[in-house]
Design a protein around this ligand. Structure first.
Ligand SMILES: [Zn+2]
Length: 289
């Protein structure tokens, strides 16, 4: 366990096992109990490592066809169930990162009904892509948890719509070309998501999953609230972190035009609608299109 008390004093708002999931339930329970006393949020990367095994993509029809070892959905479902049960037992809030399966959505929905203090997020790629994107051994579609199937995408959207999924994050994971331009099996996990998150999420407004206000809540207000940050509101005296968006701006995702130094996006070549026009950070214009 990390020094959560000192981390909190130094300004940390949350602790996480992202990158190396805690497989030991006793350790996760103690972490939650300590976190409750300290008042720091625990964010879980919910995957059962033994079930992930040597898997490199979602286990299913596509993995069989491609001859790649699969990661079953149940790896995420079991870990999500454990986290909600530990949160319930300890009475401590827990946040589940990057939900990708229909099972995890159902488990979180049921836990919320019971009054468990669980919140969660998904990322745009989980409501936009399926594991079909891996075809051609596309390492820019390799991530953890992996891209799933059409019924998972539908469940993620239903979860966003009914409030089971509180927030949309990016799980932005830049990687150097050397880490991705290799065989699929040994390529690093993760994709960049910051610059494409807004247009892809605006797609949820276009298809009627969310209203524009609900989208703003899920990308800004609610994440701030979950982490206890004094942000995500526009009023006199609050921190001026503001993004002005142009929902009609059309653009194509091109590697040379991305601001990120890393180009590991599965959306290269995609036509996007919607962009950030101006970004104000702490009262100063940080970006202008
Ligand atoms: Zn993660």
């Amino acid at each position: 366990m990390s020094e959560m008390g000192e981390l909190k004093e130094s300004g940390c708002v949350a602790v996480s096992d992202d990158g190396k999931p805690v497989n030991n339930s006793e350790l996760m329970m103690r972490a939650l109990q300590y976190a409750a006393g300290i008042g720091i949020m625990v964010i879980s990367h919910a995957e059962e490592l033994e079930l992930v095994g040597e898997g490199t993509m979602n286990e299913g029809f596509t993995s069989t066809e491609l001859g790649l070892k699969g990661i079953p959905r149940v790896a995420e479902d079991i870990a999500t169930a454990r986290e909600t049960m530990l949160a319930e037992y300890t009475g401590t809030p827990i946040h589940i990162a990057h939900v990708s399966t229909k099972g995890a959505v159902r488990i979180i929905r049921e836990a919320k009904v019971r009054g468990v203090k669980v919140t969660c997020e998904t990322a745009p790629h989980y409501f936009t892509l399926t594991d079909d994107a891996v075809r051609g051994y596309n390492t820019n579609a390799k991530m953890n948890p992996p891209l799933r199937e059409a019924d998972d995408v539908a469940a993620i959207k239903a979860g966003l719509k009914d409030g089971t999924i509180d927030a949309i994050a990016t799980d932005h994971a830049p990687h150097h070309l050397d880490e991705k331009d290799v065989e699929f099996n040994i390529a690093m996990n993760g994709i960049i998501g910051l610059e494409t998150s807004l247009p892809l999420s605006l797609g949820l407004v276009t298809d009627g999953t969310l209203t524009i206000n609900q989208l703003v809540e899920k990308m800004s207000c609610i994440p701030s609230k979950i982490l206890g940050l004094q942000r995500g509101t526009i009023k006199v005296g609050s921190v001026a972190d503001i993004t002005v968006i142009d929902p009609t701006c059309e653009w194509v995702v091109e590697a040379d035009r991305l601001s990120s130094k890393s180009k590991n996006s599965p959306f290269l070549g995609w036509k996007m609608k919607g962009a950030a026009a101006v970004t104000v950070v702490d009262g100063k214009v940080a970006f202008s299109r």
